[in-house]
Design a protein around this ligand. Structure first.
Ligand SMILES: [Zn+2]
Length: 282
């Protein structure tokens, strides 16, 4: 374990294949910023001098680091941004691309506009849609799929030629963050089923284990592990013992199989999820 000062961003770049990069910041368990304790990342699809930047980070220096890297290492001249959802750690760097197309769900734009004083929300998507949209970067098709999970207007990015799905915050290693205020568990569980039915060989997400990304990503069991955690939490949410159980108690098998990796700052996420379930039942 090591500590970093507030402001240190510990950026990593990972080449996933000849057109796909992952940029990652964290995980620092003692960091003052929640985002840095959890660790998080964004993806870039690039071809020639063009790039699609999928999310722009949220803390000072992170988004700039990615843009500078693409310009220096890939001579990128033309950027398009895709925002997977409106949370600050995914849209905070949008101002770096204020003269470029920024694609997002209609709700992402609408929600960001409700926070005019939040510096992370100042540059909203300028090209919006609902449901499904396709982008092309030369010969690579990039499909945007709305899923009603985690945040209103959340998008997952599917690259059909390699059957890769970038799930952003829909899936996290070791546990996802519940939001039952905007979408019911039933809706979200059926959305997970829809994702499960897609033709996917490789799943990647924003808040995950860097070593897994480096070694080729996750498979569909990443989806079923999130579903199992959500179902079990909802099932036990009314029992007296609910508050005393650890996140690890719900994902023991996946941890033992090495499909998920426990990361201590996710204790905070589990506590938030316990509250979300209690609020849902209250
Ligand atoms: Zn999020």
């Amino acid at each position: 374990m090591f500590q970093v000062k507030r402001g240190d961003i510990g950026m990593h770049s990972v080449k996933i294949n000849e057109y796909l990069m992952f940029f990652y910041s964290g995980r620092f368990p003692e960091h003052a910023e929640f985002d840095m304790r959890l660790g998080g990342g964004c993806y870039v699809i690039h071809r020639g001098n063009r790039a699609i930047v999928i999310d722009t980070f949220g803390l000072a220096g992170q988004g700039d680091w990615v843009k500078d890297y693409m310009v220096s290492n890939h001579d990128t001249k033309y950027f398009t941004v895709v925002n997977t959802h409106w949370h600050g750690d995914h849209v905070g760097g949008n101002s770096l691309y204020k003269n470029d197309p920024i694609v997002g769900h209609t709700l992402t734009r609408d929600i960001m506009r409700q926070f005019p004083d939040d510096p992370k929300m100042t540059t909203q998507p300028n090209l919006t849609f609902e449901g499904r949209m396709d982008l092309w970067i030369e010969d690579i098709k990039v499909e945007l799929h709305e899923f009603k999970i985690h945040a209103l207007g959340h998008l997952a990015v599917y690259i059909p030629q390699d059957k890769i799905l970038l799930a952003a915050d829909i899936l996290e290693d070791p546990i996802c963050i519940f939001n039952f205020e905007d979408m019911t568990p039933e809706v979200q569980l059926s959305e997970f089923e829809r994702m499960m039915a897609m033709d996917i060989d490789c799943l990647l997400s924003s808040h995950c284990n860097l070593e897994v990304v480096k070694s080729g990503g996750y498979d569909k069991r990443f989806i079923s592990n999130m579903v199992d955690y959500m179902r079990a939490m909802l099932k036990e949410g009314r029992s007296g013992d609910f508050k005393n159980k650890l996140a690890q108690d719900y994902i023991t098998k996946a941890l033992n199989n090495g499909l998920l990796t426990w990361w201590e700052p996710y204790k905070e996420v589990h506590e938030m999820n316990v509250e979300a379930v209690e609020k849902f039942y209250s």
